[in-house]
Design a protein around this ligand. Structure first.
Ligand code: 3PG
Length: 208
C-alpha cells in the first residue's frame, strides 16, 4: 500500500467526510478537527469551494493529510493534485480512474461495494478500499463476511455510519478506520459551532 494511504488510514479510527459550503469555513474547521485530534480529512468535491478548501485546510493544519473525495473521473484527480491533495477517495472504481491515479501519482482509496469489486481491486494491486455506501450495502454483517475469504483487504466503510454505530464497524477485523459526515455535519458547520465539531472529533478519535 502507498505509504501516504497507509498513514491516512491508520492515523485515526475515524476519517471525517466534509462538505464545505463556504471557503471561510475551511481553516476554522481544520483547526477544530485538529484540536479534537483528527488530522486526516476527506473533502468532498461537491461544493464550488472544495478545491480551494483543501489548500486552505492544509495551510491551517500543515500536518493534515487531505483526501479529495467524490472523485469520479480523471479530471478530478488532476485537479486534486493541482490543489495539493495527498490522496483521493472514490465512491466506486473504474479502470480509467485507477490509471489516472497512477498517471498523476496520487494514491487512491478506491470505492467498492461487493466481494467481486474488492477482488477486482486486488487484481489491480490494491490492498484497501472504501466500502460505500456501507449501511445500504450490508453494513457490519457484510464486512464481517468478507473478512474470512479476503482477510488481507483493508477496508474503510463510509456512508450511513453514525457516532452510535462507528464502534461496531471498528470491531470488524478487516476495518482499518471508518468515514463519516457526522463529525462535522452541514448544520453544525453552518451555525459556526466549531466547539461542537471539536468535541465530536475528540469522541471519534477515542473510538476503537
Ligand atoms: C460520502 O461520500 O458522502 C460519505 O459516504 C458520507 O456518508 P455519510 O454522510 O452517510 O456519513
Amino acid at each position: 500500500m502507498h505509504p501516504i494511504l497507509h498513514e491516512a488510514l491508520s492515523r485515526s479510527p475515524v476519517m471525517p467526510v466534509l462538505v464545505i459550503p463556504e471557503i471561510s469555513m475551511a481553516a476554522p474547521l481544520a483547526e477544530a478537527l485538529a484540536s479534537g485530534g483528527l488530522t486526516v480529512f476527506e473533502i468532498t468535491l461537491r461544493t464550488d469551494c472544495a478545491l480551494e478548501a483543501m489548500s486552505a485546510m492544509k495551510d491551517a493544519v500543515p500536518e493534515a493529510l487531505i483526501g479529495a473525495g467524490t472523485v469520479t473521473n480523471s479530471d478530478r484527480i488532476r485537479q486534486a493534485k493541482d490543489y495539493g491533495a495527498d490522496f483521493v477517495v472514490s465512491p466506486g472504481t473504474t479502470g480509467t480512474l485507477w490509471n489516472a491515479s497512477i498517471e498523476h501519482q496520487l494514491p487512491i482509496l478506491p470505492g467498492f461495494s461487493s466481494a467481486s469489486e474488492a477482488m477486482a481491486l486486488m487484481e489491480l494491486g490494491s490492498r484497501c478500499g472504501k466500502f460505500f455506501p456501507a449501511e445500504a450495502s450490508g453494513g457490519v454483517n457484510y464486512l464481517k463476511s468478507l473478512a474470512g475469504p479476503l482477510p488481507d483487504f483493508m477496508i474503510c466503510p463510509t456512508g450511513g455510519i453514525k457516532a452510535e454505530t462507528a464502534a461496531h464497524y471498528l470491531g470488524c477485523p478487516n476495518v482499518v478506520c471508518v468515514g463519516g459526515s457526522w463529525i462535522a455535519p452541514i448544520d453544525v458547520l453552518t451555525e459556526g459551532n466549531y466547539a461542537e465539531i471539536e468535541a465530536r472529533a475528540r469522541f471519534a478519535g477515542s473510538l476503537s
